[in-house]
Design a protein around this ligand. Structure first.
Ligand SMILES: Cc1cc2nc3c(=O)[nH]c(=O)nc-3n(C[C@H](O)[C@H](O)[C@H](O)COP(=O)(O)OP(=O)(O)OC[C@H]3O[C@@H](n4cnc5c(N)ncnc54)[C@H](O)[C@@H]3O)c2cc1C
Length: 383
């Protein structure tokens, strides 16, 4: 992908305006990409052209610091929400790009940061491939020449086979999880490993890295920086924002359908629509407070733990809210919402799939632990 034709990223408001202007095109592409079930090249090229890919870069490199500069948190949330409503698979890929950049940028040295910025400036997309494969963890083995080889596989790698450089995690010989940014073009993609009903265009596949070379300068950070809090758990607000966008799209499509079919006067339909809207408002409030907490400065371990617990609550609550929205919207529209030619059908499939995020029980357990550790009455500690 070539960035020659791309405009400067410009101001945050301009970026969002460009995204809004591309709404119709992205909506059409979402339907086509879902049918084809492959990496959404055209949609991602549109995002490149509008400067969304390069928005993660620092300002001196022509970006906005999206994903790691605090003053643009609201812009990132709007972008994820908007894109989530239009093309959830592209939103997932963009979210992975933001996540990878902020991790590599924060933990890279000056030279690594330069290489990273050059790659993104030239239109390169990034992903984070961490989910383990059933065969066991991925390992980083030192070889005699001073470089390394990877051994093992990963599951659920969005953009696999299309992105040439993604952040990959692997354990070194001391058992420490390391962040790597190798050239992944020679990795073997299991193309048949994503028979999921939704997010078909997220190009999420299993990958075998065995034998892939990793140079010392492609190892970012020293210890297990990948799991450093609050960034690790706190960053969940970003996928919540993308999911929210899809929930909002469902609401709009449902309301449109009720108007079109002349069913807005029915009290049952009105009650369902009201409850769906309230559930979305709940999700918005949680995502905003989670983002605000996650992106603020943390001066103590206690503050970090409070944020991690707060974002865990947001995850549990947004998941419940969006499950409710899906159910209510399906009830409002009925069988037609499941028919292939109805615009709700794909959005429902995509959201249902994307709502599966790691360890939902562990998330709730973390919330319980935070409340159990609290010595004060709950009314004194509620935020
Ligand atoms: C569209 C999409 C794109 C994705 N892209 C990427 C990507 O690019 N990179 C990446 O790394 N990952 C990616 N993932 C994977 C994602 O990060 C999660 O790993 C995945 O969604 C986990 O879903 P799961 O339902 O299998 O979760 P699990 O965590 O396996 O949860 C399934 C159930 O088992 C429970 N459970 C979990 N652990 C245990 C345990 N030890 N004992 C008992 N019960 C347990 C959970 O609470 C839950 O009830 C993607 C996922 C999706 C949907």
């Amino acid at each position: 992908m070539n960035a020659r034709h791309s405009p400067e990223v410009g101001l945050p408001a301009l970026l969002l305006q460009r995204l809004r202007s591309a709404s119709a095109d992205l909506r059409v592409l979402a339907a086509i990409d879902d049918q084809e079930g492959v990496f959404p090249n055209e949609a991602m090229a549109l995002l490149t052209d509008m400067g969304l890919g390069r928005s993660v870069l620092p300002r001196e490199h022509g970006g906005l610091g999206l994903g790691w500069e605090r003053n643009v948190t609201g812009t990132l949330m709007d972008a994820l929400r908007l894109l989530g409503a239009l093309h959830l698979a592209a939103a997932r890929l963009f979210e992975g790009h933001v996540n990878a950049f902020q991790l590599l940028w924060r933990h890279g040295d000056a030279r690594q940061q330069q290489t990273l910025c050059r790659y993104v400036k030239e239109g390169g997309w990034l992903g984070v491939w961490n989910a383990p494969h059933a065969s066991g963890p991925c390992k980083l083995i030192a070889d005699a020449s001073g470089s390394y080889r990877l051994l093992g596989r990963k599951s659920y790698a969005s953009g696999a086979g299309s992105m040439t450089r993604a952040l990959v995690t692997a354990f070194d010989d001391t058992g420490t999880l390391r962040m790597l940014w190798p050239d992944t073009s020679a990795a073997v993609v299991a193309w048949d490993s994503w028979p999921a009903e939704g997010m078909r265009a997220s190009a999420t596949y299993g990958v075998d890295f065995t034998g892939l070379r990793v140079m010392p300068e492609e190892i970012f950070g020293r210890d297990d920086v990948y799991h450093r809090e609050p960034a690790f758990s706190g960053g969940a607000w970003r996928f919540l924002a993308a999911q929210l966008g899809a929930g909002e799209a469902l609401f709009d499509l449902t309301r449109e359908d009720l108007r079109h079919t002349g069913r807005t006067g029915d009290p049952h339909q009105r009650s369902r629509l009201a409850r769906a809207g309230i559930a979305l408002c709940t999700a918005v409030a949680w995502i905003e407070s989670a983002a605000w907490r996650a992106e603020s400065v943390h001066h103590s371990q206690a503050a970090i733990e409070a944020t991690v617990a707060h974002v865990a609550m947001a995850r549990a609550c947004v998941d419940a809210s969006l499950q409710e929205v899906m159910q209510l919207c399906q009830r409002c529209v009925g069988l037609r919402s499941q028919l292939r030619d109805h615009p709700m059908e794909r959005v429902l499939r995509d959201l249902r799939t994307y709502l599966h995020q790691p360890g939902p029980d562990a998330v709730l357990d973390r919330v319980a632990q935070a409340w159990l550790d609290e010595p004060f009455p709950i009314r004194d500690t509620l935020l």
